[in-house]
Design a protein around this ligand. Structure first.
Ligand code: AHE
Ligand code: ZN
Length: 375
């Protein structure tokens, strides 16, 4: 099939707020420095729902969403050297070119090579590889894993150990890696107190990784009481439901009380700007660090009294956990294979491609951590 278009099934979102529709999509062959991937499995992440719903200011339609995939390289364009046909791969929504100012800085994983066109729903040459009945369809996050075949830039994909089951390690394409990186790249968590706001896949990953690196206390915070057993199973030492606090008691004040002045580290994994504020204000005076991971809707802004920062709290954030995908994901897959990093435990729901809208509904149910779609 190399060099020829492939017709396959994909879930297309035709307009903001609409359900996805399974369509026959024509996928053009990869051009220079592009890779066509047979996607076998994909997770569904809240960011897919965020863009589908119309809340993402970068959202474009029609589009093929999906960014937590696993698949096998079907063909490669001219000049591709980093992966080969048959490789088991994970697409990367945070590219790694190793040549741009960002990559060379040694300070960030945010690669600048393809991010501008990626945000416009295009390949780096400003065209698209997807058409449905002749109509062009936008790419999403440089990955579009809700298609049986997708085309990505060669800087946006990494080969991993083929012994790793793709129906699980696809989840390393977003949620689990984001959480893992946010903790392992934050110096000082060993022996420290941590609070995690939001016990979804990201929150559980933050809890598990904090336990892995040796945090002394890990307090999970969620308004869903069903999340307590999940949090404890992944290593939380305590669980607080803000809805159970006495009338008028703010979560940050309660946490400051039970931790003798506040947490060393807090994480927001909710995307709610009020929760982000509480997470910052729950930090210990003089040194507490709060990391924002959740994605907030268009128009939302964070606020706090500047005094919170003047008195030594730090507000920061990270994308994809600060992880450089091509360099670091193969090692994370090895850690999983050696039993050091949980992955299987996050999969609570499974769906087939025709059921993908049901997978989105699963995500909203309080007992879904991750739904994996068999493509
Ligand atoms: N397009 C949105 C921002 C979305 C966003 O923050 N994305 C996260 C990944 S979410 C994964 O589920 C991210 O890593 N962003 C870094 C980047 O380069 O996009 C908006 O609000 O405009
Ligand atoms: Zn995601």
């Amino acid at each position: 099939t190399a060099g020829k278009p492939i017709t396959c099934k994909a879930a297309v979102c035709w307009a903001a707020g609409e359900e996805l529709k399974i369509e026959d999509v024509e996928v053009a062959p990869p051009r220079a420095h592009e890779v066509r991937i047979h996607i076998l499995w994909t997770g569904i992440c809240h960011t897919d729902e965020y863009t589908r719903s119309g809340k993402d200011p970068e959202g474009l339609f029609p589009v093929i969403l999906g960014h937590e995939g696993g698949g096998i390289v079907e063909s490669v364009g001219e000049g591709v050297t980093s992966v080969s046909v048959g490789d088991h791969v994970i697409p990367l929504y945070t590219a790694e070119c190793r040549e741009c100012k960002f990559c060379k800085s040694g300070k960030t994983n945010l690669c600048g090579s393809v991010r501008a066109t990626q945000g416009q729903g295009l390949m780096p040459d400003k065209s698209v590889r997807f058409t449905v009945r002749g109509q062009p369809i936008h790419h999403f996050m440089g990955t579009s894993t809700f298609s049986q075949y997708t085309v990505v830039a060669d800087v946006s994909v990494v080969a991993v150990n083929p012994k790793a089951p793709l129906d699980r390690v696809c989840l390393l394409g977003c949620g689990i890696t984001t959480a893992w990186g946010a903790v392992v790249k934050q110096p000082g968590i060993k022996g420290s107190t941590v609070a995690v706001f939001g016990v979804g896949a990201i929150g559980l990953g933050l809890i598990a990784t904090s336990a892995l690196v040796g945090a002394s206390r890990i307090i999970a915070v969620d308004t869903n009481p069903k999340k307590e057993s999940w949090a404890r199973k992944f290593g939380a030492t305590e669980f607080v439901n803000p809805a159970d606090l006495p009338e008028g008691k703010r979560i940050q004040d309660y946490l400051i009380e039970i931790t003798d002045g506040g947490l060393d580290y807090t994480f927001d994994a909710t995307g709610n700007v009020h929760v982000m504020r509480a997470a910052l204000e729950a930090c210990h005076k003089g040194w507490g660090v709060s990391t924002i991971i959740g994605v907030a809707a268009a128009g939302q802004e964070i606020s706090t009294r500047p005094f919170q920062l003047v008195t030594g709290r730090t507000w920061r954030g990270s994308a994809f956990g600060g992880v450089k995908g091509r360099t670091e994901l193969p090692g994370l897959v090895e850690d999983y294979l050696q039993g050091k990093v949980k992955v299987d435990e996050y999969v609570t729901h499974r769906r087939t491609l025709p059921e993908i809208n049901a997978g989105f509904h699963d995500m909203h149910s309080g007992d879904c951590i991750r739904c994996v779609v068999d493509m």
